[in-house]
Design a binder for this molecule. Structure first.
Ligand code: HEC
Length: 187
């Protein structure tokens, strides 16, 4: 006679029993069933966690809020105006006026506008904003790259670089409009 512990679900329904030597094999078998049961639960948990992750990356919950026209008028154009309005000179009645920022807040505003433009390039590449063709993606990437240089120039307070990059920025806008904006829309 030996004493073995039977797992729940086995004929002895848990607990120790003194059994015949021949019952030892039955006890071991029941133990294996119990182990396999735990493993199967862990496997199910593992795979359900994996599939949940796949679902999340398959369908990120973003939605475009603005159509292209609003995107241009409300996001991109105002930010570009901040850049163009913060370098070079204008002639006023009082004479020539340097547009270069004179305060930290002024430089921060240029940097923030550049960051908005940089991320706008990314947004323009996303479903909901992107239009057909590789040109769209390339020009949008160019918008982000130019704005990234503008962020750097604003951090360095380099007004000459901002002036030159402002020109590049304008060319990026025009290159997309020439390809994608219907002629009547530009009139
Ligand atoms: C990747 C392409 C792309 C880039 C880059 C781009 N635009 Fe546009 N833009 C468009 C399209 C397309 C329209 C036409 C939208 C419509 O009328 O539906 C448009 C229209 C506009 C309009 C006119 C909106 C109206 O009310 O009709 C303005 C203003 C504008 N863009 C400003 C800018 C500025 C400023 C930049 C650069 C800083 C820029 N865009 C860069 C694609 C682009």
């Amino acid at each position: 006679m030996i004493t073995i512990k039977f797992p729940k679900g086995c004929p002895a329904q848990g607990g120790y029993r003194r059994v015949d030597e021949s019952a030892r094999l039955l006890g071991l078998w029941c133990l294996w069933i119990a182990v396999l049961r735990i493993l199967s639960v862990l496997l199910v948990l593992f795979f359900s966690a994996c599939s949940a992750e796949i679902n999340v990356s398959d369908e990120p919950p973003y939605r475009a809020i603005t159509d292209t026209k609003k995107f241009m008028n409300w996001i991109l154009d105002p930010s570009a105006d901040v850049i163009w309005g913060a370098s070079g000179w204008i002639l006023t009645e009082a004479g020539e006026q340097d547009l270069t920022p004179t305060t930290q807040e002024g430089w921060d505003a240029v940097r923030n506008a550049a960051a908005t433009i940089a991320e706008s390039g990314n947004l323009l590449m996303m479903p909901g904003h992107a239009m057909e063709g590789d040109d769209w993606l390339e020009i949008s990437a160019g918008l982000t790259a130019t704005a990234e240089l503008l962020i750097d120039a604003a951090e360095r307070k380099d007004s000459e670089a901002i002036f030159n990059l402002g020109g590049t920025l304008y060319n990026v806008c025009v290159s997309c409009h020439q390809l994608y904006v219907l002629p009547e829309a530009t009139q």
